[in-house]
Write a new protein. Sequence first.
Length: 416
Amino acid sequence: MRSIGLLRSRGTLAELFSGRANSFGLLRLALATSVVVAHLYPLGYGYLDPLWKHSGEQTDLGKMAVVGFFVLSGFMITGSGRRTGIVRYSWHRVLRIMPGLWGSLLISTLVIVPLLYRHLHGTLAGFWSHPAGPWYYLKGTWNTSLTSGWDVSDVIAEGMHRGTNHDRSVNGALWSLKYELFCYVMVGLLAAGGVLRKARRFVPLAALALWLLIVNDWLDAPSMRRGIPGDMGTFISVPVLGPMSTHFLIHLGFVFLLGATVQLYREKVPVHDGLALLSLITLAVTTHYGGLFVIGYPAFAYLLFWLAIRLPRPFQRIGRNRDFSYGIYIYGFTVEQALAMLGFVKYGKLGFLACALAGTVVLAAFSWYVIESPVMRLKDWTPRPLTRWQERRAVAASVAPDVRTDLTTDHPVVRA
């Protein structure tokens, strides 16, 4: 029997979640904005946001926002992998990530940074021919490796020399995208192997394995450093994506799989106000006293799903028809670097943040209306030769029909 009162059970996630009636759009927008707020401090003033010290150097606001992104992404991407065939799934993922990313690289490298170079030197002479110029930067980032060419023609380095900038990267926020892409590939492989449909228990077991690694790392740390992340200097090389930190692979992989587990077991996940309150308390306590990675992350994940269901209906309309969150994430860092170099720090943190958000939202809107939304209209596109092949197979199967799911469209087609 469900409890009565304010802190009561509302049902399960499977019963209450709807693809149209949820607040994921608002949550993604809030998380993206949090990243911009977090970068305000190191880019404009040379130190991390206050959460870094408050949490005992466990995390900062930006990294917590990234954790939130991976939780929600694990939920949504796993749902997509389970519904669609591997070809269609891969096509959707490429359309959602790559055009927007490539657009931001072009705008940052060929528009924003040249203007900053001219601001510093009064001319563009030497910008295009610089050994670490725009072509070097684009070559290092175009294939999604995102591991080389952090500066362009030493523009940011010059800003650091003059004391206006405190980080030498044009867009350091892109670091997390290759971990996101890695998780996308992982889901694609699980979907292609039938794991998401026929062996779903593998996903929570994999999450548990990563959680045990995190617990071991936490217990091995000296007591005085118990809240601080373990060794972040170990990397593995992944084809195309380049060097990847084992620390972030484990931590971000864990929270991504948490979201994936919630997707696969929605009928067993209660939406309970009391659990949400307990999760909030757990998150606050572990953030301040330690253990954030061990039990704070799961508490944070539950809070996000609870908010997605329980926030009032008007919030559910945000991001439904236009989603600026990705654009805010991929442009915010560069905008803040530019404003820092132009002296906007003199307006104080609130003034600097207001200008940064304004400029970022303009570019995010441009990205959505000019790049992201138009290319997403191609999500159901199928090459004409493949369409003809499917039609021939359908005609040939009309004698002895056997209905199965087509890998490219996830629609039933008739096969011999």
